[in-house]
Design a protein around this ligand. Structure first.
Ligand code: NCD
Length: 365
């Protein structure tokens, strides 16, 4: 399928050949990350951020400028009409009339999928809640591919707050496109990867184990992917305190990893990677962040070049569906958004459950 006019909402929406095509385009873009071309001259990207960001927003902005396009937007919702109570739907409908693509970051899960349903222009998901972060995952997969020449066959250890880190669940969805992946999911018992993600890994034949002790897995890992404790996503910040410092990748622990292993992190890192690890030849997190520019250039180019507006999508409210998502942080539970609940029945560990088509979470039947 063509990438022209495509949204970047989730890794679940892509096929492996499409990912490979983005990576090949990024290889070509790699040579022009320090100069400005004209490939997207006359195109405008709007960046609307309802949560803090350094890398995602700035690397997308850089990517757009390097392709000769321009950027409008806000990085702080208090300066937009959202502070006056404007809905996300109205904000999207306005902003898309000013720009050729909209990059959105929001704490509400499923917000990017919803925006993509109502927008005429491509929606780029800069992270929604603890769910998806597709441009980070493209960056991560591209970094692994550059390092090892391929992604198939890779052994990865993901450690930390796997329940709330969107880069981690998004990476799991991305890895499910590849063959012979070995995945160790290391986290405190209460911060394990959510079941809709592990069910997806199972359905796609990804071998994974879950555990609490990183020393059981580090000897075999080619990629050690460290995550930040996502304090802001806990219902109560005191709960997060209990996990503070629970997963730290020390220099001593890293010494046990295979010689060719690399350390990755979506950044910002707080205390989970001590500064002394920066000097290890295994550290790749800054290189990983730098790879975010060619990969975002590649996606912007692939989606926007030759793109003509797509027809408006009309949401058909289905008043018969009264089943509600149990996730209060889901876009389908925002009373003023013109949205209909979209719950589908599925199986999780042999049990029938409802899955929300916006946030992906399960609700008991
Ligand atoms: C992260 C995010 O916002 O998801 N940063 C990023 O985009 N690289 C991760 C984080 O905040 O921990």
């Amino acid at each position: 399928m063509s990438l022209v006019g495509r949204d970047l909402v989730s890794l679940l929406d892509f096929e492996k050949p499409e990912l490979e095509s983005i990576f090949r385009t990024a290889d070509r873009m790699q040579h022009s990350t320090r100069k400005c071309g004209t490939q997207l001259k006359n195109y405008v990207l709007a960046t609307i951020f309802f949560e803090p960001s350094t890398r995602t927003r700035l690397s997308f902005e850089t990517a757009m400028h390097r392709l000769g396009g321009s950027v409008i937007g806000f990085a702080e919702p208090s300066v937009s009409s959202v502070a006056k109570g404007e809905t996300l739907a109205d904000t999207i409908r306005m902003v898309e009339s000013y720009a050729d693509a909209v990059l959105l970051r929001h704490k509400i899960e499923g917000s990017a999928k919803f925006a993509a349903e109502i927008a005429e222009v491509p929606i780029l998901n800069g992270g929604d809640g603890s769910q998806h972060h597709p441009s980070q995952t493209l960056t991560d997969l591209y970094t692994i591919r550059k390092e090892f020449g391929k992604i198939d066959g890779c052994n990865l250890m993901l450690m930390g707050d796997l329940q709330h880190t969107r880069s981690a669940s998004s990476l799991a969805y991305g890895l499910a496109h590849y063959k012979d992946i070995t995945l160790s999911l290391v986290s405190p018992e209460n911060l394990r990867m959510r079941p809709e993600v592990t069910d997806h890994l199972n359905r796609n034949g990804v071998k994974f184990t879950e555990g609490e002790d990183s020393s059981e897995y580090i000897d075999e890992a080619n990629v050690i992917y460290v995550t930040r404790l996502q304090k802001e996503r806990f219902p109560d910040s005191k709960q997060a305190e209990a996990f503070k410092g629970s997963y730290v990748l020390t220099k001593q622990m890293l010494a046990r990893a295979p010689k060719n292993a690399i350390v990755m992190h979506h950044l910002p890192r707080i205390e989970e990677i001590p500064i002394e690890v920066d000097y290890s030849p295994k550290a790749r997190y800054f290189q990983q962040a730098a790879n975010g520019v060619p990969i975002r250039m590649a996606f912007l180019y692939s989606s926007l070049h030759r793109f003509k507006y797509r027809p408006v999508k009309v949401i058909q409210p289905d008043s018969k569906d009264s089943r509600k998502c149990s996730n209060v942080n889901c876009i389908s539970n925002q009373p003023r958004e013109p949205i209909v609940s979209s719950m589908k029945e599925t199986l999780s560990k042999g049990e029938r459950v409802l899955q929300c088509q916006y946030c992906g979470r399960y609700t008991k039947l």
